[in-house]
Write a protein that binds this ligand. Sequence first.
Ligand SMILES: NC(=O)c1ccc[n+]([C@@H]2O[C@H](COP(=O)([O-])OP(=O)(O)OC[C@H]3O[C@@H](n4cnc5c(N)ncnc54)[C@H](O)[C@@H]3O)[C@@H](O)[C@H]2O)c1
Length: 287
Amino acid sequence: MKLKFKGKIAVITGGASGIGRSMALALAKLGTDIVIADMDDTRLGEVGKEIEGLGRRALAVHCDVSKDADIDNLAAQSFSTMGKVDILFNNAGVGVRGLVEKVSMKDWEWIIGINILGVVRGVHAFLPHMLERGSGYIINTSSANGLEASEPPEVARDGIAYSTSKFGVVGFSEGLFGYLRPQGIMVSVLCPGLTRTNIAVNSRYVGAESEKLKKLKESESLFNIEPSKLPEEVEILESDDVAQFVIKSMEENRFFIIPHKNVEALLKSRGQDYQKLEKYLQDTFVK
Ligand SMILES: NC(=O)c1ccc[n+]([C@@H]2O[C@H](COP(=O)([O-])OP(=O)(O)OC[C@H]3O[C@@H](n4cnc5c(N)ncnc54)[C@H](O)[C@@H]3O)[C@@H](O)[C@H]2O)c1
């Protein structure tokens, strides 16, 4: 049965910017009321107003997904204000760029605490409610770098902390699908490639090479290139396009949500045929 969004309640972490904001607005346009959770209070307020401008209810909650108490507060506020939660979008994420021997353990703990444990915390706080109701939809944001860790080559050089965290999200999500799908709860993992957002600004950079990359990204020279002028293998999507792809994939009950064609092509060319895994998951766990 096709998923309906009207009358549903969605909680979106990292909802004040980029992909989270685009998802909040896309879902609101389809009739979903939204709880947005983020650390950026200014942007939270702005997105809350945008959601209300679309005629939906919005609850904006200050939340650092790396803190247990913040997630517990998010769940408590979501249930008391909205009464239920149908969709949980564990999307907040950050980057650490730098050579692996130079990245401090503090930075490792920071990225794992947000990108993996933030997702785990979200599930921990909201899953009992979904299990009780026997329904719900959990989407976790990973990355193309949650499926491969060496393309482009710069990722292999200074993106290891990021790809490690994002591989963790794919593994966690796959396990969840197997556990929860038979219980009426859907799970998807979102693996975007390059998407025009604020992630470069919200990331940490270690060492001189990474400083150069930071400047390049902050100046948006990479993201400002006309799409038609990009080399064929590079694809940058707008966050609104990613959101539309996510909605379509949710309607199709897809586990893997891979909006970028170049990412899909890369996975296929490497022989990591995710469609075989998709088929196994769908055949084994969907009644
Ligand atoms: N932009 C890309 O190219 C790209 C590619 C693949 C995956 N992703 C993933 O997409 C997700 C969304 O990122 P985006 O690109 O929209 O970036 P973004 O920086 O525009 O949005 C991320 C939001 O998360 C918030 N955030 C950061 N740390 C947080 C924390 N500890 N608690 C709560 N909120 C926090 C930020 O304030 C920001 O509003 C991330 O998980 C990111 O890793 C992005």
